[in-house]
Structure formats: structure tokens, C-alpha cells
Design a protein around this ligand. Structure first.
Ligand code: SF4
Ligand SMILES: [Zn+2]
Ligand SMILES: [Zn+2]
Length: 370
């Protein structure tokens, strides 16, 4: 598998390898076959307009093509490496000078490799929600829509009732099961996948309550829909990640698996939720042999810094969603200090793990607020 990652300032080049792959720095001063030239980068960053990006794109792809024509061996070698391992192309974008996510040569490099090596699994990371660089993204996935052929959950998280459940109550008359949050399927919704670029599959539910046969049909629909709309990203989430195990080999590569870990602490967790305790969830999620994972640390509960960081590193997610309880008036939770959450975010960033934030209060994400 070939993908990209964001390098962060102040980190030694070979420090903290991603748990699950080989990182390759491809910035302009390196010798990497996919590096851009100084001229191309300078011409773009001096005034990073849409037109300038268009010129960068054309120039850079032409540069790669020329290198490829001259000597394709290093490209072949990279493709071969990425066949047997997870290889990540690194760059420091987005940066202050180049703040728009997706405008980095590594995205173009992935496109190029995908075209030249159609058999290779290339994962081009999903675009970030708009406005993410502020610390106050209003929705968890601003460009996402929820597709709910299955609904309901019996984990009864205390922080769920004031948010999701109230929403479903509006549907009291439409569907009594939706109202009561009883796990159930909406067969007729299978056909209609929303048009958004990011699809949150069964957002108002925990999919582990879904009958496996129906989950299989949901996945089949995604595969089918990919023939027409291949550029969507689908998120499947569960607080019981072992549920995904039998489906792993059927998931297309634009499906990301997600679990919530609000903390590493099991002690007292029983008063928060009936879901498997954090340590069980962690073990289950880590054990899934699947390259695309995201961890949601939201609403963050008080944790043990070292243990929690090491858990996340061992899971090796594409990124971490981090946020405090967004409804402190409705529910009070045992929360960590802002300072502790700040250190947590920094440690993840140091480990090369991207952190995206929501309801961060005073916490600043260094890479995005720079
Ligand atoms: S697991 Fe998710 S859907 Fe289920 S109660 Fe908790 S927050 Fe709500
Ligand atoms: Zn870049
Ligand atoms: Zn319903």
C-alpha cells in the first residue's frame, strides 16, 4: 500500500517510525525520486493561488514523467516495496505558506503512481473538512453525510443521549424504533447512498448491533457504488471493533474503520457506557489486520498519558479525532486538563500521527495552527 503522511517540525528524520509502515521523506531537498524541484515549489508558494497550483501540478507531473521515461527503475522499486509493505510518502504540508490540505506534491505523486501501476494499492487521504484549521470545526465531518440503513445502539453512553438520541426522537412518528434507538434495519435506505464525498455509515448507531447478513449487504452496496462513484470515503464505526473481523477481506480500500477511545482507563468506565471497556476495545481494534483506521478520542475522558499515547501508536491510525465533551451543560464527564490534552496531542504529532480537532477549548494543534 502506498499513501502519504505529514511530517512535523522538530522531529528527527528517523525518529518514531509509524507503527505500521515505511516512511519516505520526499521533500524537495531530498534525493527521493518523487521530490519536486526548488523552482516549482518557490513559484507556487510565493503566491499560492488556484492558477499557481494548476501550474505546479502540470510542471510536477511533467517532471515525474520525464524522470520515469529516463529511468523507471526507482519507480518500479518503490511500487514493489509498496506491494509488500505500507509505504508513506512524507512532506510537511499543510504549512503556513501552503495551508490548503491536498495541495502538496505527495498527493500528485500518489496519483502518478496509481496511473503507472494500476495493480498497486494507492490510498489518497480523504480531503479534510473545510475550516478544520481553526480549532472550532462545527461538525465532526463537515463534508460528510450520514447514511443510515441501520440504526440504533444499546451501549447507552451517557454522552450519547443529549446528542444523537434527541435527534432520533424527532422521528418518533416516522419510526418508533428510531425513536427508541432500538437496533433495526431500514432496508429501503440501502439503495440511496448520499452524494457527499465522505459517508458516515450508520452514524446514529453502533454497527456491531447490526445483523451480520445486513452488514454484508451494506458493504456490497458500497462496492457496487464504487463502480460509479469511486472517490468517496466511507467511515464504519464501532465500539466493539472485533465485529469487523469477518468483513475485513471484503472491504474496499475507500472504507476507513473507526473506533472511539475516550480514555485508556477501564476503572469507572462502567458508569459512562455499556460498551466494551477501553482496554478491550483497544486490543480488538489493534488486532484488526486492516490498513485504514481512525481513532476518535471524543469526548476525551481523563487518561494516563504514556499508556494512552502508546496505545494510539500501536494502533497506527491515519489520524486521530480529538475533542472535549461538546455538551458540558447536558452531561458532566471526568475530564483531563487542557494542559494534559495539549501534551497528548503533541506526543501524537511527534510520533507522526495527525491530530484533527473539534471542541478543543484552549488546546492548540501545532501543525494546523502554525
Ligand atoms: S456507542 Fe455510539 S451510538 Fe451507541 S450509545 Fe454510545 S455514543 Fe451512542
Ligand atoms: Zn508538500
Ligand atoms: Zn427506524
Amino acid at each position: 500500500m502506498l499513501s502519504r503522511y505529514t511530517r512535523y517540525r522538530g522531529r528527527a528524520a528517523n525518529a518514531n517510525p509509524l507503527p505500521d509502515g515505511m516512511r519516505r521523506d520526499t521533500r524537495r531537498h531530498t534525493k527521493h525520486i518523487l521530490r519536486p524541484t526548488y523552482e516549482l515549489v518557490d513559484a507556487y508558494v510565493v503566491k499560492p493561488t488556484d492558477a499557481a497550483w494548476g501550474r505546479f501540478r502540470r510542471g510536477y507531473l511533467a517532471l515525474l514523467e520525464a524522470r520515469f521515461q529516463k529511468d523507471r527503475a526507482p519507480f518500479d522499486e518503490l511500487a514493489e516495496q509498496a506491494t509488500s509493505a505500507n509505504v508513506f510518502l512524507g512532506c510537511s504540508c499543510p504549512t503556513k505558506k501552503n495551508p490548503i490540505h491536498g495541495r502538496c506534491h505527495t498527493f500528485l505523486a500518489l496519483e502518478f503512481m496509481k496511473k503507472k501501476y494500476p495493480g498497486l494499492t494507492v490510498i489518497i487521504p480523504a480531503p479534510r473538512p473545510k475550516g478544520h484549521n481553526t480549532n472550532a470545526t462545527p461538525n465532526m465531518y463537515a463534508e460528510a453525510q450520514t447514511w443510515s440503513p441501520f440504526k440504533g445502539c444499546e451501549f447507552d453512553c451517557v454522552y450519547c443521549s443529549p446528542s444523537f438520541k434527541r435527534h432520533s426522537k424527532r422521528q418518533k412518528r416516522l419510526c418508533p424504533d428510531c425513536y427508541k434507538y432500538t437496533p433495526h434495519c431500514h432496508e429501503n435506505r440501502l439503495r440511496r447512498i448520499p452524494s457527499a464525498p465522505i459517508i458516515f455509515v450508520c452514524g446514529n448507531a453502533d454497527i456491531s448491533f447490526c445483523p451480520p447478513d445486513f452488514a454484508r449487504r451494506i458493504i456490497e452496496r458500497i462496492v457496487e457504488h464504487n463502480a460509479r462513484a469511486p472517490h468517496k470515503t466511507y467511515y464504519l464505526q464501532s465500539k466493539q471493533p472485533a465485529y469487523f473481523e469477518p468483513f475485513l477481506s471484503h472491504l474496499p480500500e475507500n472504507v476507513i474503520l473507526l473506533t472511539t477511545l475516550e480514555t485508556n482507563r477501564d476503572n469507572g468506565y462502567g458508569t459512562i457506557s455499556k460498551a466494551p471497556p477501553p482496554s478491550v476495545r483497544y486490543e480488538q481494534f489493534k488486532a484488526l489486520n486492516y490498513p485504514r483506521k481512525v481513532v476518535t478520542v471524543e469526548p476525551v475522558l481523563d487518561f494516563d498519558l504514556r499508556t494512552f499515547v502508546s496505545w494510539i501508536r500501536k494502533i497506527g491510525p491515519e489520524y486521530v479525532w480529538l475533542g472535549f465533551n461538546s455538551k458540558p451543560k447536558s452531561v458532566t464527564l471526568p475530564e483531563p486538563s487542557e494542559d494534559k490534552v495539549q501534551r497528548f496531542a503533541e506526543k501524537l504529532l511527534d510520533a507522526g500521527i495527525e491530530v484533527r480537532g473539534k471542541t478543543l477549548r484552549g488546546v492548540e494543534l501545532p501543525a494546523t495552527s502554525a
